[in-house]
Ligand binder design. Structure first.
Ligand code: UDP
Length: 377
């Protein structure tokens, strides 16, 4: 195999950003990707209905990091997209995150101001000073009734665990709104790439210094690789060390359907937080960017424990296992573990961009320091 300065395992966000950064300073880069495409779980494509669909579920970009926003704008044009999610609860359709409309629709109240919403929440929530898990986090914010209707069973379907068995951070991803704001996120920048994520990744990797090997398992060829300066591993950390203790991951089965009508539902994403159906949500892709087509494509999402790892499962037991791997990882010089799977953290896309950009800067800084020292000598 030809010599490369930098070897990267995985062509998702972390891998692609590091490849782009190193290629930009003249390093030769090899990316080894098990799947037959770039982009990791952001991968999207035009389907038989002419609609841009995501193979691994909808990806909504949002960030407050100026440097990430500037960086992604170098590789794609973006259009503003403020994501909204509806939930079907008790034959009603309500916004999630919970806001004034959610409460009024579900309970027939007539809340009209932030003050009244706060009063309603105060009368319903169970104040818990330091929520220790997901259940306490939700009870503390919205109380038992909304917990039952909107969070308990959705979480069980999503994680095969009740919120009490998950870290508070998982459920804290969803805020509560005291007003009518029905956006899923409140970040400064909320947008989608004009030509899709795959095109964004193709632009990131469009550099003669970068070679991408698709459909290649790093573990099958690792003995043929040598002499590189650095290796970046973005896959599951337990796979790297092949320890006995397996970390848990959740995967999603997507049941795609073509529906022979212009629209299937009124919004891009509709959650089903009850037990009456097995899926967690239905995504109708044509809503993103208001795509036009005669038919429509939807995907029902069923979360499962086997398959491509998507979500690390944040709870104390997995954290303990992860820490053991982390300690092993830290002993390795010039192998770096980057991204959601290698760090076993539920990163959003912008955090993944930021971590990869920061790591590059940090390593460059360190290597500049060494060079300076050598010059002084
Ligand atoms: N969640 C819920 N009900 C909902 C939406 C989310 O209980 O209608 C919980 C669930 O545990 C989920 C977590 O909040 O895993 C985080 O949701 P998010 O939408 O951030 O998950 P993602 O989009 O990453 O799948």
């Amino acid at each position: 195999m030809k010599h490369k300065d930098i070897v990267i395992v995985g062509a998702g966000i972390s891998g692609a950003v590091l490849a782009e950064r190193y290629a930009s300073i003249g390093k030769s880069v090899l990316i080894i990707e098990k799947r037959n495409h770039i982009g990791g779980n952001c991968y999207d494509y035009i389907d038989e209905n002419g609609i841009l669909v995501s193979k691994y579920g909808a990806h909504l970009f949002h960030t407050n990091f100026e440097e990430v926003w500037e960086y992604v704008n170098r590789f794609s044009e973006w259009y503003d997209w403020e994501h909204k999610v509806l939930a079907r609860v008790d034959d009603k359709t309500v916004p999630i995150p919970v806001n004034i409309t959610t409460v009024n629709t579900l309970f027939g109240t007539n809340i009209q101001s932030e003050q009244e919403m706060k009063e309603w929440l105060d009368a319903n929530r169970l104040p818990i000073e330091e929520p220790k898990n997901g259940e306490e986090a939700v009870l503390n914010k919205v109380g038992e009734v909304l917990y039952e209707k909107m969070f308990k069973h959705y979480t069980k379907k999503q994680w095969d665990k009740f919120p009490s068995e998950l870290d508070a951070s998982v459920l804290n991803r969803i805020p509560v709104r005291f007003n009518y704001d029905d956006r899923y996120f409140s970040d400064k920048y909320q947008a989608l790439p004009k030509e899709g994520y795959t095109a964004l990744f193709a632009n990131l990797l469009n550099n003669p210094n970068i070679e991408v090997l698709l459909e290649t398992d790093y573990f099958d060829i690792k003995d043929q690789l040598s002499g590189y300066e650095k290796l970046f591993y973005t896959g599951p950390i337990d796979r790297f060390f092949t320890f006995k203790d397996k970390l848990e991951y959740r995967s999603i089965n997507f049941h795609y359907e073509t529906v022979d009508q212009e629209y299937f539902q009124e919004n891009s994403v509709i959650n089903y937080p009850g037990m009456e159906v097995g899926f967690t949500r239905i995504v109708e892709f044509k809503h993103f960017g208001n795509q036009k087509s005669k038919k429509t494509t939807i995907a029902k999402e069923y979360t499962v424990d086997q398959g491509e790892p998507y979500y690390p499962v944040p709870n104390p037991r997995n954290q303990e296992i992860y820490q053991k791997y982390r300690a092993e990882a830290e002993k390795l010089t010039d192998v770096h573990f980057v991204g959601r799977l290698a760090n076993y953290k539920y990163f959003n896309m912008d955090q993944a961009f930021k971590n990869a950009l920061d790591l590059f800067e940090e390593l460059q800084h360190a290597s500049n320091k060494i060079q300076e020292k050598d010059l002084v000598r």
